[in-house]
Design a protein around this ligand. Structure first.
Ligand code: PEP
Ligand code: MG
Length: 305
């Protein structure tokens, strides 16, 4: 498709939402002019790396926790404001230990893991004694965005949640830190095979799923997503990955929960949207450069149907 002003003006409404994947809050206002349905993945890591630069535990140790909270609150509030009232799904931190070690002071708090992709990341950190205080800062920044700034379109997503028990512990802790799941939708990412196999149990805890096709492919096929040698084996269209996605959507819908996708597959594989629509996905998140093309594709597929 050639993306002209007329094409954008004539974009039809679609049943399937098309949303953005976004990192940099300073791009939010410009990107909000795209006729998308909000943000399906707002990444915390960009804000921490570019606007804070220090490990949260380092700031806590120096009594500078307010700097972390303020910078995170400002970044999230920019995205929430730009897209208001459309939903912005903000993902809690999912740095790997090697990435945390690159932040100022990070080496003091992070183990030097042989395999950070399978290491101390995502939900497992939040309730860990060694990280819990840093998680409290994330929750406080989000609490302020929702309750003090008033941006109730910002909701939260928990990444890399290995077990339902872990999900329960994280939700309890969020509640304790002022982010009650009674007052706000909380999504969980579906990016581990355990999320698919136990989808019914995750569905009983959370308000929706967002498929992380990058990690789901890596872990379903046992292919390191960073390995150049294995790049040709990293295949989101593999039958095992696609069946996992189909089965997750079926189970979630049985329990009346929405399912989106926020991994890279629909941004990099144009035909992926067709498969996702057939599987019954509720929203597709893509990088901003392919948002219009994806909207046109979705509109055409829905019309054909
Ligand atoms: C994914 O795994 O698909 C995802 C969106 O998360 P990340 O790429 O940040 O691991
Ligand atoms: Mg992931």
């Amino acid at each position: 498709y050639e993306v002209t002003e007329e094409v954008v003006d004539d974009l039809p409404e679609t049943d399937t939402d098309v949303r953005l994947i976004l990192g940099d809050p300073d791009r939010a206002f410009a990107l909000a002019s795209l006729p998308v349905d909000g943000v399906g993945l707002a990444r915390e890591e960009f804000i921490v790396t570019s606007h804070i630069g220090s490990h949260p535990l380092e700031l806590l140790g120096r009594g500078e926790e307010d700097r972390f909270i303020e910078a995170l609150r400002t970044g999230v509030a920019k995205i929430g404001t730009a897209f208001y009232p459309d939903e912005v799904v903000f993902r809690l931190s999912d740095f790997k230990t090697d990435e945390y070690r690159n932040l100022e002071g990070g080496w003091k708090y992070e183990p030097d893991e042989a395999n950070p992709m399978l290491g101390w990341r995502g939900a497992s950190r939040y309730y860990d004694e060694a990280f819990r205080e840093a998680f409290r800062l994330e929750c406080e920044a989000l609490r302020q965005v929702r309750q003090e700034v008033g941006l109730d379109n910002v909701i939260v997503m928990v990444p890399f949640c290995r077990t339902p028990e872990e999900g329960e512990r994280v939700l309890e802790l969020m509640d304790e830190y002022g982010l009650s799941s009674d007052e706000m939708d909380v999504y969980v990412m579906a990016e581990l095979p355990s999320n698919i196999v136990l989808a019914d149990r995750f569905a009983a805890l959370f308000d929706g799923f967002s498929i992380g096709s990058n990690d789901l492919t890596q872990l379903t096929l046992g292919v390191d997503r960073n390995s150049e040698r294995l790049a040709s084996l990293f295949d989101e269209t593999d039958e095992a990955v696609m069946r996992s996605i189909t089965s997750l959507i079926e189970e979630a819908h049985r329990q009346d929960l929405p399912v989106g996708i926020c991994g890279d597959a629909p941004s990099t594989i144009p035909e992926y949207s067709e498969f996702l629509l057939e599987a019954g996905i509720d929203s597709i998140s893509v990088s901003p450069d392919v948002a219009i093309e994806t909207m046109l594709t979705v509109a055409e597929l829905e019309r054909e149907e």
